[in-house]
Design a protein around this ligand. Structure first.
Ligand SMILES: [Zn+2]
Length: 316
């Protein structure tokens, strides 16, 4: 039977419930954190409190989208989630190339070698030290998703190699793919490369696409049969909420309601209430469904976006 892999073990898809498809509870290092310490999310107790707030607001499941080598903390996530009642999902795979130091193994190893590493996480469990140490110790946590990413308007040779790895591992194991697009660019090209290398369209989710809230572009990406992830829904510093709401309404009218998912992507400590920030992980479950209704989005479309689509997409 297909299951959804959470930090506390696999669950039946029906148990998933209201899902924030892209968020963060732990980021202890990596290039992003080195360049700007606001990206650091590294208190087990505070992240635990943040998840409790998410749960109290009606959130049931959440993906921590931190992949290999950029401060992912699988042992910490196991502690953070204890007693929250939330289904926390950890991931494997890679971020965009600029977040890896030139000394990182992703630059040095061949595609086949990197594939072996990722494959071992999908089969044996997430490695507790992100393969940074001399020993390899697999945790008992299987990844719920595999990530890959690209740069602003370009795909570097490293990113191309990692996209191919991710597509092949997904094709062989069924694990769903989530991507990072930079400001929403290269989403269509990501879908093309992933599908060309064997990934199934209904196991691909193109991320951050509403950063580029262009209806025609979204139609083009969706024509590939993939999912789109909106995570800029309340980021008014980038564009008004109405941009994302318009996309959801128009695309639903065109029959794409079963291909949209939403995350908060509150990936800075200044976004998390338990760290003294706003609006917190609770924002998506507490406010988004109500805001969507105010914009005239149908109840059954809201149900698809937060419950049915994640349940179908994440099961493998
Ligand atoms: Zn993120």
């Amino acid at each position: 039977m297909k299951t959804i892999k959470t930090v506390l073990g696999p669950i039946a898809p029906d148990e998933l419930g209201f899902t924030d498809i892209h968020d963060h509870v732990w980021k202890s290092g990596g290039m992003e954190v080195l360049e700007d310490s606001d990206f650091k999310i590294d208190s087990i107790e505070r992240s635990h409190q943040e998840l409790l707030r998410f749960s109290a607001a009606g959130g049931k499941s959440l993906i921590d989208m931190q992949p290999l080598g950029v401060g992912r903390g699988i042992e910490e996530m196991k502690q953070i989630v204890q007693g929250t009642g939330v289904h926390l999902i950890a991931i494997t795979g890679f971020h965009r190339g600029a977040l890896y130091d030139k000394a990182h193994f992703v630059y040095k190893y061949s595609k086949e070698q990197i594939k072996k590493i990722v494959y071992s996480e999908v089969r044996e469990g997430i490695e507790i030290n992100d393969f940074c140490g001399p020993f390899t110790v697999h945790s008992d946590v299987l990844p719920g998703l595999i990530k890959c990413g690209t740069s602003y308007y370009k795909i570097t040779p490293l990113e191309q190699k990692l996209l191919e790895v991710v597509a092949e591992v997904s094709a062989e194991t069924g694990i769903p793919i989530g991507t990072h697009t930079h400001y929403g660019t290269m989403g269509y090209e990501q879908a093309q490369i992933l599908i060309r290398n064997g990934a199934l369209p209904d196991k691909i989710m193109i991320g951050h696409l509403d950063r580029n809230a262009d209806l025609e572009y979204h139609k083009k990406v969706l024509s590939m049969g993939v999912y789109v992830q909106y995570d800029c829904v309340a980021r008014v510093k980038y564009h008004p909420v109405s941009d994302t709401m318009m996309l959801i309404k128009k695309l639903s009218e065109l029959g794409y309601a079963d291909r949209i998912m939403i995350g908060g992507d509150w990936g800075r400590s200044s976004y998390l209430q338990a760290y003294g920030g706003e609006p917190g992980l609770e924002f998506i479950p507490r406010h988004m469904p109500l805001m969507m209704k105010e914009y005239g989005i149908d109840e059954n479309i809201i149900h698809k976006i937060f419950i049915e689509n994640p349940k179908r997409f994440l099961a493998y």
